[in-house]
Structures are given as C-alpha cells and as structure tokens.
Design a protein around this ligand. Sequence first.
Ligand code: TYD
Length: 135
Amino acid sequence: MQVVKYMFQPHGDERGQLVALEELKDIPFRIKRVYYMYDTVSNVVRGQHAHKTLEQILICIHGSCKIKLDNGKEKKEVLLERPYEGLYVANNMWREMYDFSSDAVLMVLASEIYDEEDYIRDYDEFIRFVKSVER
Ligand code: TYD
C-alpha cells in the first residue's frame, strides 16, 4: 500500500510563508467541502470510518497528529507535522486520527459534501465492503 503525500509549494519571503491550493492542480479533485478539527482532547481517536466514494486531503496546518490508514489488507501510520504537506486518503480506506498535539489544527479538503450515506462506521462492514468491490 502506497502512502501518497503531497508536498505543497510554500511561497516564502522575508514576511513568512504562504501556501495556496487550487483544485485539480495542487489537489487531485474538485474541493466541495473544507472542515478542520482543533482543541482535540488528548488521547482521543477520531475518524474510525471509511468512505465509499469520498476522497480527501488531510493537512495538519498547525501542530501535529498521526493518521492510520488501512485498506483492508495493509495498515500504515503517517505523521503529519508540516503545514505544507498533505496526505491523500482515497475512498475505501479506513482512517483513524490520534496523537494530536494540544495545538493541532487538522484541516480536511473533501471531494464531496457531507453525506452520512457515504460512511462505513463499522470495521467488519468495511472489510466486507472492500471484498465486495474487489470482485
Ligand atoms: P465525526 O464524523 O464524528 O468526526 P470524525 O470523523 O473526525 O470523528 O463528526 C463530528 C460531528 O460533525 C458529527 O456530528 C457530524 C458533524 N459533521 C458535519 O456536520 N459536517 C461534516 O462535514 C463533518 C465531517 C462532520
């Protein structure tokens, strides 16, 4: 399983840094939704679900956190700690977010609007779903 991390181009000068993200250029899909998590309580594990169609880019724009990706066969852990790196999370991928630093802000760019129907929140159901789409 390949972890796809995007390194965005910071436009730095003597005033500081700026990162600009454009859909279908820096981000591989049209961005229909942006949300972010902050003030995450320590030891909390967020996510713990997969999506049937949604694609996302996760950017820890402040602080750090870890992401576990699981495609049903393999698991990978990724540390996000730079505001110019983005983790691509495909559909049919179980994800968990944890080890948030107290100052962490995790921003998510999403390819679809919020749709509870697209979620798989049960791990066994996720495994069954992955096997069914493989066939
Ligand atoms: P939840 O799915 O529990 O977040 P996580 O996957 O990070 O654990 O979402 C928390 C709440 O926010 C829940 O009540 C649904 C709501 N929500 C929206 O209204 N819109 C959104 O785009 C998202 C991601 C969540």
